[in-house]
Design a protein. Structure first.
Length: 685
């Protein structure tokens, strides 16, 4: 029997359910219950706290300034490494250890380490919620996925949930429980036509899928409109042996004709179709008898791929701007163009002995390397204009990943236990590709993190179980996600085109910001000023179904899960905007998030704003000049870099408040706000 349980069987382990973003207005602590083993030792009588958490026999609380107080039993090293003076936004006490979230989202952990409570501690990672259990800890990362560390006896990691997003979590003695967002449910449609020997879908857009079908004589470019029966042949009577569609966009199909029965047999020639076989228009880089080109993606009337002189020459990354003779070379040398989205194109190019991922914006001069530090090779396969996806090889392992425009932004999507992985396409923060598990490619879906990985093969019919599958393209329309690719039918051995769809139309939730209070307990209205680096906001959400989660974004940052309130800390001087949106149990997010903007100012800037307000008040000129004179004098004292004059500035501001409480100023609508701001400046000096 473990230490603590043997000698203290009567002591129940108290674990706080950590709900994302929850915080309290400062309040005094009340404690009750058993005190036989020192639970009340050092109790902070009269002090105020914004959050508290109780362990087995110790308690920790966050004061309004973010620093901690810990009290109770210290017999088992609960105070070892206590982070005195550090600031925290969340804290959770376990049996004999404690973990807290610092303002930058990273963690600190202290207390007992005898039974491996620090094993696997995620140093440097960011979290939005955390819960400490008996000898293990679990945390929620900003993307909603989990990390768990510490001691792992008695099956603590059994069934650890991957592919789920959580809004709350609580660690117990030997188990953990969490409130998870609904997992996407996928329906699968087989696009493989009757009589075909092989098929695959490589492109998807609104209501249309594109790829190829082979009836035993070579690939034939094909598009579908939702099912196998809708398969439409685009190859027609073309003399070319084979063809396929690689992308669909705005009702058109883009792909290639091949000199052989499939890619790799001789040259290819890029093609554009308009729903019918005879509509094919070809494009190439070189105007000669040996001209050749390979298209790989298309969007907005532009196409990206490779040009080739067809005479043993090299592939050259190229963008076509609406026609075969309107093109820009993206790199004069061995290179490939694989994806296009918005104004961006991605691919790779050969340099320093290896292929390196690259990002372009329409010209050769716009090239930006995406090659991550430490990788031997890298390739970018897709972009939606905001995020780029592909793979990078580290220590011989190809790993799927995503960038946001720079090498340093590389983020691995490689799930634990996989031998290799590759991301091929991206849309609105959702990625598709494949992961190799037990030597087999598995069609895969991510939502911008390795922990969000979903095995799409699991939703295929039974005959595809254990067989190879690949997800090749993705299209997102609100809550609806459509993915196309292919999978091997284990009964026939055929490669078959498939489509996965998730999501449904429903009324989106609505979100409102109820109140925003800064660190000086002042209500900050929209567009208002604050002298505090903290803001506590509360929210309200409504929907026709249950609301599963709330997310916030500060100053254009990533959406992060929270509760019906959020405490913002370490706010810098300047303008800030808080966006909040609810997500319902159908996975639908509020398309019009609630917004609150305010500006954090210095005392001097606040006084300058007060002078401007006084200038527009409807009071006699003499009274107006009196008020402005007081404020200007206080401003001068605060701006002279002499702290000894700050006391006099406070006295002047007190006289300003007194003048505001007298007629005729006290009847003006601006007066309450002026008094409140003057009090805030006094408190901040």
């Amino acid at each position: 029997m473990k230490r603590g349980l043997q000698s203290r069987m009567r002591v129940a382990v108290s674990v706080v359910l950590t709900v994302l973003g929850c915080a309290l207005a400062p309040a005094q602590v009340v404690q009750w219950g058993n005190t036989g083993i020192g639970q009340m030792t050092g109790f902070p009588t009269g002090q105020k706290f914004v959050a508290v958490s109780a362990g087995a026999a110790h308690t920790v609380g966050i004061k309004p300034d973010g620093t901690l107080v810990q009290w109770g039993d210290t017999t088992w090293g609960q105070m070892a490494g206590f982070p005195a003076g550090q600031k925290f936004v969340a804290v959770s006490a376990g049996l004999y250890h404690t973990v807290g979230i610092k303002p930058d989202g990273t963690l600190d952990q202290w207390g007992d380490t005898y039974f491996g409570q620090m094993a696997g501690f995620p140093a440097g990672q960011k979290f939005v919620a955390v819960s400490a259990g008996y000898e293990h800890t679990v945390g929620i990362k900003p993307d909603g996925t989990l990390d768990q560390w510490g001691d792992t006896p008695y099956g603590l990691m059994a069934g650890f949930p991957t592919g789920h997003k959580f809004v709350a979590v609580s660690a117990g003695v030997y188990h953990t429980v969490g409130a998870a967002m609904p997992v996407r449910q996928w329906t699968t449609t087989r696009l493989h036509p009757a009589g075909a020997t092989e098929s695959s879908a490589s492109g998807v857009d609104i209501g249309m899928q594109g790829g190829y079908v082979d009836f035993g004589q070579g690939r034939r470019a094909t598009f579908w409109t939702g099912d196998a029966a809708s398969a439409t042949d685009l190859h027609g009577t073309s003399p070319w042996p084979a063809s396929e569609v690689v992308a669909v966009d705005n009702g058109k199909q883009y792909g290639n004709f091949y000199f052989g029965p499939e890619p790799g047999f001789g040259n290819s020639l890029g093609a554009e179709w308009d729903d019918t076989p005879g509509s094919a228009a070809t494009m190439s880089l070189w105007w000669s008898l040996n001209e050749a080109s390979t298209l790989r993606d298309a969007q907005g009337g532009k196409w990206v791929g490779d040009g080739n002189d067809g005479d043993g020459g090299q592939n050259i990354a190229t963008i076509w701007n609406g026609g075969p003779d309107a093109f820009n070379v993206l790199h004069w040398g061995v290179s490939h163009g694989f994806g296009i989205g918005g104004a961006q194109q991605v691919g790779d190019r050969f340099e320093s002995g290896y292929m390196s991922a690259y990002l372009w914006s329409g010209t050769l001069e716009s090239a930006v390397s995406l090659h991550p530090d430490g990788a031997t090779t890298s390739v970018a396969y897709g972009t939606d204009g905001l995020q780029q996806v592909g793979s990078a090889t580290f220590a011989g392992v190809e790993m799927a990943g995503a960038w946001t425009g720079t090498p340093d932004s590389w983020k691995s999507l490689h799930p634990a236990g996989a031998s290799s992985s590759r991301a091929l396409r991206v849309s609105e923060g959702k990625q598709v590709g494949y992961v190799v598990v037990n030597g087999v490619k598995v069609a895969s879906y991510w939502e911008s993190s390795a922990g969000s990985w979903v095995d799409l093969r699991a939703s295929l019919p039974a005959e595809f179980a254990g067989q190879e599958s690949v997800a090749k393209d993705i299209w997102v329309d609100g809550n609806t996600v459509t993915i196309v690719g292919d999978a091997i039918n284990g009964l026939t051995g055929r490669r078959e085109a498939v489509m996965w769809v998730s999501g449904q139309s429903a009324t989106p939730p609505e979100t409102a910001i109820l109140e925003s209070i800064d660190g000086q307990s002042i209500t900050i209205n929209g567009g208002g000023l604050s002298l505090s680096d903290r803001l506590f906001a509360t929210f309200n959400v409504t929907d026709d179904v249950d609301v599963a989660a709330v997310q916030y974004s500060l100053d254009g940052g990533a959406w992060t899960y929270c509760g019906l309130s959020q405490l913002l800390t370490n706010l810098t001087l300047g303008h800030h905007t808080l966006l909040v949106r609810a997500v319902d149990t159908d996975g639908i997010a509020d398309p019009t998030p609630a917004s609150h903007s305010w500006t954090v100012v210095t005392p001097a800037e606040a006084i300058q704003a007060m002078i401007g307000t006084v200038s527009f008040m409807s009071i006699p000129p003499g009274k107006k000049n009196q008020l402005k004179g007081i404020l200007n004098s206080a401003l001068t004292l605060l701006s002279d870099s002499n702290p000894s004059n700050d006391g006099l500035a406070k006295t002047l501001l007190q006289s300003f408040i007194s003048a505001c409480n007298l007629p005729p100023v006290n009847s003006q609508p601006q007066t309450p706000g002026l008094i409140q701001m003057a009090q805030a400046v006094i408190a901040s000096i």
